[in-house]
Design a binder for this molecule. Structure first.
Ligand SMILES: [Zn+2]
Length: 204
C-alpha cells in the first residue's frame, strides 16, 4: 500500500496546544534563530561579534535597519540582511515587541512566523500523561479527523476489499464517527467500562 501523509506538515510543526506535534519547522526555526543576531545588532549589544561586524561591514552606517550589505560581503552577511527584512515588523522604535521584556525569544519569533493557528481545545486530554503513546497518537489523529479509516481510504482512491467496520455486524461503512459513536460493539464496550469505572463517558 502506498504511504500517505495523514496530517499536513504545516500542522505537524505547530505546538501541541495548536494541534501539532511540537516538531520544529527547520526553515522557520532557522529564520527565528538568525533573528537573534539581528536583535543583537538592532540593540547594539555589547559582544565581540557585534563589534566585529560593525568594524567590518557597518563602518559607514551603524544602523542595521538602513544598512545595505556591501556586494563583496560574505554569503552569511547577505543572508542575515535578507532575514532582517522579514523580521523588521517585530520591532517598534528599535525595540523587540514580541516579548514583554523586549528580550529576544527564538520561540516567540518562531510562533510569529508560523502564524496564528487554531487552538486545539482538547490538547491536554489528548496528550494526557496517563495515556499510552500509541493512544495519544490515535487521539491526536482522531481530534484532527485524520484517522485512516476506510471511508477516507476510498476518498484517497486506495483500494479497500471490505469497507465495513470489522468490529460489528452492522454492514456499516468504517468511518471515524462510526468507530467512536455509532458502532454497536464499541458502544457495548463503553457501557461496560462506564459501569466498571462508575463514570459516564460519552463520545461527542
Ligand atoms: Zn462497527
Amino acid at each position: 500500500m502506498r504511504k500517505v501523509a495523514l496530517v499536513a506538515w504545516e500542522k505537524v510543526y505547530c505546538p501541541k496546544s495548536m494541534g501539532g506535534l511540537n516538531i520544529k519547522g527547520c526553515k522557520e526555526w532557522n529564520i527565528a534563530s538568525v533573528g537573534k543576531l539581528v536583535w543583537q545588532l538592532a540593540l547594539n549589544k555589547e559582544s565581540l561579534w557585534v563589534r566585529w561586524v560593525h568594524g567590518l561591514y557597518m563602518k559607514t552606517n551603524p544602523d542595521i535597519w538602513t544598512h545595505s550589505p556591501p556586494l563583496d560581503s560574505s554569503w552569511y552577511w547577505r543572508k542575515l540582511n535578507s532575514v532582517k527584512e522579514g523580521v523588521r515588523e517585530w520591532y517598534s522604535q528599535s525595540r523587540y515587541i514580541l516579548n514583554p521584556a523586549g528580550k529576544y525569544s527564538i520561540n516567540s519569533s518562531y510562533l510569529a512566523l508560523i502564524g496564528r493557528q487554531q487552538k486545539m481545545e482538547i490538547a491536554d486530554l489528548v496528550w494526557s500523561a496517563v495515556a499510552q503513546p500509541k493512544h495519544r497518537f490515535i487521539g491526536w489523529l482522531a481530534s484532527l479527523g485524520k484517522l485512516l479509516t476506510k471511508d477516507r481510504m476510498i476518498g484517497m482512491q486506495i483500494q479497500v476489499e471490505n469497507v465495513n467496520c470489522i468490529l460489528c455486524n452492522e454492514d456499516a461503512l468504517e468511518s471515524q464517527d462510526h468507530l467512536f459513536a455509532q458502532c454497536g460493539w464499541i458502544t457495548a464496550v463503553r457501557q461496560e467500562l462506564n459501569k466498571w469505572t462508575r463514570h459516564d463517558v460519552q463520545y461527542t
